[in-house]
Design a binder for this molecule. Sequence first.
Ligand code: GTP
Ligand code: MN
Ligand code: MN
Length: 616
Amino acid sequence: MTISEISVGTGSSARPANRGTTDPALQAWVKEIAAITQPTEIVWCDGSIAEADHLTKLLIAEDKLIRLNPEWRPNSYLARTDPKDVARVEDRTFICSTYEEDAGPTNNWRDPKQMRAELREVFTGSMRGRTMYVVPFSMGPLGGPISQLGVEITDSPYVVLNMGIMTRMGDRVYRMIEEGEAWVRTVHSVGYSLVDEDGQPREDLAWPCNDTKYIVQFPDTREVWSFGSGYGGNALLAKKCFALRIASVMARDEGWLAEHMLLIKITSPEGKSYHVAAAFPSACGKTNLAMLRPTIPGWKVETIGDDIAWLRPGTDGRLWAINPEAGFFGVAPGTGTSTNQTAVDTLWGNTIFTNVALREDGDVWWEGLTDTPPAHLTDWEGKPWTPDSGRPAAHPNSRFTVSAAQCPTIAEDWEDVDGVPIDAILFGGRRATNVPLVAQARSWKHGVFMGATISSEKTAAAEGTVGELRRDPFAMLPFCGYNMADYWAHWVKMGRTLGTQAPEIFQVNWFRKGDDGSFLWPGFGENARVLEWIVGRIEGTHAGENTAVGVIPAEGELNLDGLDLDADAVRQLFAVDKKSWRAECDLTEEYFEQFNGKVPAALQAELASLRYHLKD
Ligand code: GTP
Ligand code: MN
Ligand code: MN
């Protein structure tokens, strides 16, 4: 088939065709990809409500989306994936920089020339019988100084609908590209053509995908190619692939930061506001902290972002941050009335649910939404389910896609084009031992060391000992688009740029356990008490107490009013066991060795300094 034979359409004849763009480079690229993938038609998406309605109806008609009961959940839908396509595929995620050293020991590197040849093969004809959608989007408010444009080509209407919620998608982006704005190229195919090699039609699947998957980043040319998966981080290429992997490389080259961080605004009883960014690994509580409801009177926490932040030094020398996304793609299980009421309220309607369970009344359910499960459900695979089925009703990585604007605690400045000025940065992991509830870094470099050593225990270690640690530096292990040691060096350098205007850095740990193996700290809304102490440190009203691992609250500084927590639990939450920390230093030294001498001298100096502080 030649290009002229491919029609420009709407996915059916129901809507007038959108002419897309006059930009020659964008037109040429779309033609080039169409020539390889050979779709039946090309749809230039405009981001309109009519377009979303049209695609939704199309998916419902094809049994690829279930309309939920509008009485309970208006304009909301359930998608069920192939059971083999339920999460990001890290072993099929590749960083194809020219030199292997630039990908570093923590990424899968492939030679870009070789990878391009492989991709050429799998993408050839991959959209036969399907419609190819061109999705123009902005990460961050349109035209903002920190924002970036991109275009995703995809053969999945599910992806188009999700991109419409997660990004600022639409026609205005074509206009900005026509005016000469730079944009990032991303290509996605589910890898299941509807016509086979012999030209015979193939039956479509409820969730088309391919057993062979590729999630490929080319940092040098700032491109993403994704094949074989229709799911979340593998397919919504604006998110992890662009906003973290490619953007982290852009940030290195241009002097800013692209991070796996939530953003919140905290207002004290005195009415003063602070902005905080926090990096926790996946499933360690970003979405929860982003929507925190303070239990202490007079404090207010508002949401700006729950997963990704782009941070850049402003003209005033401070660090300013935006949430580049427009929606939340959050984990459903564990999101409930008792843990995250704000998220539950956000999901009242206009939401796409993926792999949750379906109730008999046409609403959704997942583990943790309510304490008692309904008596009968249809599980995420479409099978009948009862509480004694012995398996979860919702997939543990089931998700919701919803517009951030719908969040009742969204901050009024969340779409400010210049972003918000950052007062504090938090790093946290899931540590049963060693790491105190909160500790302030002695300096920016000490803070970078805290970020670089974020970890969780692989096995539940006994109190006072450290087993093997699963490292997730800066919560960026799966998302850093270049050599992790170079990334640390970039953070050290950013500290020099920001100088005395740099935000304060803190390490937090909601997950420390007592001797009986239960959490010592109640967490969730009570984490506001830790935020209060952090504000006290910023204001200089709390003196803190120096320890080997940083500054912790001095006696009486952490507000424990009305909390049922005995003195021994508080002692255990902040205990610094020197022997155990020395063992942790040994593990950190070992961990650093894989970077072949690239670990910045500043971090080696921090490790030496920590060891010095840990001397008896
Ligand atoms: P991604 O969206 O995958 O990047 O992860 P996330 O960091 O947003 O994780 P999320 O907020 O979805 O993590 C939720 C998990 O952490 C759930 O199991 C929660 O119950 C748990 N969690 C969150 N906050 C707390 C807390 O303060 N204390 C305890 N004990 N658990 C928490
Ligand atoms: Mn995440
Ligand atoms: Mn999240």
